[in-house]
Design a protein around this ligand. Sequence first.
Ligand code: 1GP
Length: 248
Amino acid sequence: MSVKSSLNTIKQKRGGVYLVLVDPDKLPVDQIAGFTAICEKSGVDGLLIGGSLLFNSDLNLFLTTIKKSTSLPAILFPGAISQVSPEADAILYISIISGRNADHLIGKHVLAAPMIKRFNLETISTGYMLIDSGEKTTAEYMSTSMPIPRNKPEIAAATALAAKYLGMEYVYLEAGSGAKLHVPFEMVKAVSSYSGIPVITGGGIREPEIARKMIQAGASVVVTGNYFENVDNWKRLEEFAKAVHINE
Ligand code: 1GP
């Protein structure tokens, strides 16, 4: 089964999909097995792998270690072309549709496409929308694009509908990793109900209750990253998974 089909099945059965973003620079290779074991036991549905900037990691080694330690899907969430790896199960093929930087709308994609074909990677076409979260985020700075104002759900909804008409499979409402403010629930609701395209949301989600409200507002997928970079928080993974799986 493709990763996309399995995410759809999880959404239908469990009511929502819970993905954990892992930044290879932040999780030492010798802690991968421990972390993925807790993720599996806690009910996490899959792993996103990537970061806006990678300094020290050997991404291929990181992914092969992940694949050896878990059956959870490993989905690339690339911050750069250098993060396209044959070791992953799929790649979020992201266009930053909140911005008007042609390089991030289509330019990088042209450069990455032959590599993705050669690696036989499953692509999940995703319209990525940066949403203002109170302060400048790494994603905003690195992509040199402006976020959508958080009090303008109608802009987000129209952008999502355009993504759907362009044939994209998801939109990702992104507040930015470690964001002060998560994406507003009203915006998730407006985007989901108006466009009908499945919504992924993440950035600044540090409480299970917020994750649950995202699903109740219409999100299909919730992503957390930063919060679980602290080992002390790993014990709360199950709470987050339960909050997202509103049918269980
Ligand atoms: C970032 O949406 C993800 O791309 C996750 O954000 O790290 O703030 O959980 P956090």
